[in-house]
Design a protein around this ligand. Sequence first.
Ligand code: URA
Length: 229
Amino acid sequence: MRLDKYISSVTDMSRMQVKRALKSAGVTVNGVPTTDQRTMVQADDEVVFNGEILRAAKLRYYMLNKPEGYVCATKDQTNMTVLELLDEDNIETLHAAGRLDIDTTGLVLITDDGQWSHRVTAPKSECKKTYYIETFEPIAEQVIAQFAEGIKLKGELRPTLPAELVLMHEQAARLTICEGKYHQVKRMFAAVGNKVELLHRESIGNISLDEDLEPGSYRELTEQEIAEI
Ligand code: URA
């Protein structure tokens, strides 16, 4: 990360204030003095600003196996939130990177790193999400092609981006989509005259739900998983 961005992220100074301060304040990176805002710094570099060592707050990243009945919100008047399943300090600084419906189960990523969660959810990133689905009606073979081409959802102007549907049984499939429109999976099946009975998220990008996690359990992400996003 650039030095000016780093200093502004760990202090309450704006990038412009940091730029000015760099000219007057003594700044060293790993003991080397610099006034150049473009100097690149790594997470473990020692940055000293005005005689003080700056420390980035350690960002937190978790995967949760969401059970039914919880909402992916930071606060809710009626229902329990996924954050309440975490036995961690300062849960109010955390948020879910993308939402699952109250009756959907499976992988939810939770973090306090806004830039990272933006990469999970921003339409531009086209981050893949895979769901296991069971339906009320048999899934017709032709739905594979319809989902692959993109399907027009009620109330949307543009069709969905190509999605991969793999049939597992008559009424069960695995679907991979790379966007996250409101109730997208349920609306996709509704658009082909079917109804989702069970929806479970198995993976986001290259991060798969840990099979050892019981519903309601969570664990920290590994460095490698964090880097996958
Ligand atoms: N699509 C849905 O319809 N619901 C979810 O919870 C996730 C994706």
